[in-house]
Design a protein around this ligand. Structure first.
Ligand code: CP
Ligand code: NVA
Length: 308
């Protein structure tokens, strides 16, 4: 595998299956032997620009880097000069002179790409409208912990064809999984991303499918995944989305056709009674808190690979 040092982490399209595997092994090893991460990122600094809210991403990056001997700074565009119109170019160049890496959460994926173009240190995508790659690595780690393998597993995703769905598609295609998206016609995944992912699947043996039929998607699934119906930036569509997406709710009735040892995942935050029932997310098949914890281990592996 190529060295990952110095690279951006904007989508998993840029990482080979071997590299993703390396990240997963490193994350697993940091989780099992926490003493091995001490000092790995001593004196490293990460800038974290959050244009949108966050609980998991912010805390797991900040604590994750602290545990490795480095320091993370929370930067709000409300306080940065970028919020008053300073160009992305200048912000990216200047911050690169102080920091070892920059993490950004914002709606526009193009903005993150522009930032990465001008930055001279690695830029990490911490969620855009298009992708959530850090989440996908944590998701793979969580599946691996329970199933010991990824290749050939059926992951069924229900609801909005959003950022999280896109990153699951890329991750699943790279790792040879069977990924099925069950979405209504109005909220399908980005078809350009689906086409790219299908090309990757030809090389890895992955199967990528889209359907409007929730029950077909759930049948014999190993992993059941859902996310909010109205992502950040789409809140004004909440009511109309409740109509179009209600048939894609993950509930016990849907799960009757899944494998008997299926696992339920959700990146969180969740809305009980909307995309998933309380019974399912709070039930014995749910691994959502392991999944949230795994953000920490996954991102420690990512940071070590990029700036270690
Ligand atoms: N899953 C996730 O990214 O959570 P936050 O929005 O809380 O960071
Ligand atoms: N799809 C959600 C994920 C939040 C972590 C959003 O973009 O709001």
């Amino acid at each position: 595998a190529e060295k990952m040092t110095g690279r951006d982490f904007l989508t998993l399209f840029d990482y080979s299956p071997e590299e993703i595997n390396q990240l997963l092994q490193a994350a697993k090893s940091y989780k099992e032997n926490p003493e091995t991460k001490k000092g790995v990122l001593a004196e490293k600094s990460l800038g974290m620009i959050f244009e949108n809210a966050s609980t998991r991403t912010r805390v797991s990056f900040e604590v994750g880097l602290t545990q490795m001997g480095g320091h993370a700074l929370f930067l709000s565009p409300r306080d940065l000069q970028i919020g008053r119109g300073e160009p992305v170019k200048d912000t990216a160049q200047v911050l690169s002179r102080y920091l070892d890496a920059i993490m950004i959460r914002t709606n526009s994926h193009e903005l993150v790409e522009e930032f990465a173009h001008y930055a001279t240190v690695p830029v990490i995508n911490a969620l855009t409208d298009a992708y959530h790659p850090c989440q996908a690595v944590a998701d793979l780690l969580t599946i691996l912990e329970q199933k010991q393998t990824l290749q050939g597993l059926k992951l069924a995703y229900f609801g909005d064809g959003n950022n999280v769905a896109h990153s699951l598609l890329v991750a699943g295609a790279k790792m040879g999984m069977h990924v099925v998206l069950a979405t209504p016609a109005e909220h399908k995944a980005d078809q350009k991303i689906v086409a790219r992912v299908k090309e990757i699947a030809k090389q890895t043996g992955a199967i990528i499918e889209e359907t409007e039929d929730s029950h077909a998607a759930a049948t014999d699934a190993d992993v059941i995944y859902t996310d909010v119906w109205a992502s950040m930036g789409f809140e004004e569509e909440q009511t109309s989305r409740e109509q179009t997406l209600s048939a894609y709710q993950v509930n016990e009735e849907l799960l009757a056709s899944a494998k008997s040892d299926y696992m339920f995942l959700h990146c969180l935050p969740a809305h009980r009674g909307e995309e998933v029932t309380a019974e399912v997310i709070d039930g014995t098949h749910s691994y959502v808190y392991d999944q949230a914890e795994n953000r920490l281990h996954a991102q420690q592996a990512i940071l070590a690979a990029l700036i270690g």
